[in-house]
Structures are given as structure tokens and as C-alpha cells.
Unconditional design. Sequence first.
Length: 310
Amino acid sequence: MTMSSMTPIVLLGALLGFGVYVLVRALAPSRRSSLEALARVDAMRARRGAPSAARPGPSGTGRLAGARANLGDRVADFYRAQGWELRSLRADLNVLERGWEGFLATKVLLAAAGMFFGPLLFAVVWVSGFGDSPVIPVWLALACAALFFFLPDLEVRRDAAEKRRDLRRVVGAYLDLVSMNLAGGRGLPEALKAAAEVSDGWAFRRIQAALADARITGHSQWEALARLGDELGVEELKDLSSSLALVADDGAKVRASLASRAETMRHRELAEIEGAAGEKSQSMLVAQLLLCAGFLVFLIYPAAIRVFQV
């Protein structure tokens, strides 16, 4: 075996060894710096003060689950040490009721799997007789690792966008319920609480938990709604909190403000539905045009072949 033929094998072995070393280093315990320890204490305090409905439970038991949790904690500590907050991604995870550390562990494990998948893909291609450069497996490993690392972000953002649309619809119905409770003679705190208790859906449960935490901690309920809106990335809840803080002492103004805001949200939702329906209609039109074009080609093809053969 010549040196040129051994080079790809050596590079492949080195790359696999590096991937195993990175995975072992990520799972092995190590001493934390004082900054990381303080950031960890702050994160634990924030999780302890978070609503119980938003706290994710353990996804598994045993040594493997413990190693995955340890990996997630270490990656989260690294993110905090670097100052990477990623607020929008955290808000998406809060909407989906998924933990930040578990999500980071999933990203790292998928990236490690991508580093193994890249050389494996090159081996399949090389056996098929395409490509023999020793640089290809390295680039394939890096590309697959980067792709696998960012795949969970795309999935989370897609699922969170769908769930956030449902939450906005619930907020519009919640505003109507609060307005009706105010018209029935309830005070604003009682109306907010009673309107949130009409359903046990996930959105109403989040609102109930936020209002209950506000009552325990001594904060106003509109401040709790503002914190919930900031946590979930829903601007409607933060706007509602600002409106309630301005007109909290006047019941008539509160009812008018809530009714107007609910109507605005319904009009916005109808506009979004009409826009989505228009996009689907355009897609159907393009599909029909392509089908007609294919049918015309099917009709014209025999005559064209006969003319060109002549």
C-alpha cells in the first residue's frame, strides 16, 4: 500500500479520533470558573422562579440521561460565559415548553453524529468510484456537523411559529372574556383571573400560572402578563400589559381598550388567513399551468418527432 493511498485512511482515522475526544471531553467533569459558577446560580434561581407550567421535566432516566443533562449544562455554561443569550430561540423553546439545556445537548450530539456521518458518506461515494481526494472527508464531516447542529433550530422555529399563532388567537378570545367579565361587574384582577379559568388549554394554563405567580410574589397582574409576553415572544401580551397599566383604575376605559384590541387582533388574524389562502391559490394555479404545459408537450411531441424525422 503506497503513501498516497494511506493518506485518506489516516485522515479519516484522525477525524474520527478527534470526534471521540471532543465527545469525551464534553461529557467528562471539569472545574468551573467563578464566572461560570455565578452564571449557573443565576440560571438556577431564574428556573426556580419560573412558572411551574413552563418548567420542563426530565426526559429520561439512567446514566445516559444523566450524561446528556451534564452535557447540556456544560454547553449552557459555555454559552453564558460567552454572553450568547439567543433570546428569540429561548422564547421559541419556552413556547414549546422545552428546556434550554436539553436543546443544547441535542444540538451537540447531532453535530457529533454529523462528524461521523460525513466520512461515512464519503466512504460510500469512494467505494462507488467517485472522488479520491483526502480533503473531501474532512470537508464532508465539517459540513454535516454544521448542518446537523443547526437542524434543531429550524425545527424549533417552525413549531414555535405555529404554536405562537394559536396563542395569539387565544389572547384575542381572552380579551373578549375579560371585557365581558368587566361588563358583568367584576374588578380587573378578578376579571383577569376568571377569564383565564374558562379553559384548561396550554395557553390558558400559561396565563393562569403567570397570574398565580403574580399573586404570590406581590406583583401586579399586568406586569405578570408582560413578563409572560417577553418570555414567549408574544408582543400582544406586552401591549396588553401596557394598556392595562395605563387604564387600570377606570373600568369603562379598560373595557373599551380590551374590546378594541380584541377586534384589532381578529382583523389581523383574518388578514393573515386571507393572505395564506391567496398563497395557496397561487400555488394551485402554478400547478395547473404546469399540468397543462405537460399535457401540451404530450400532444405536440409525436407530431414534432414526425416532422423532424422528415
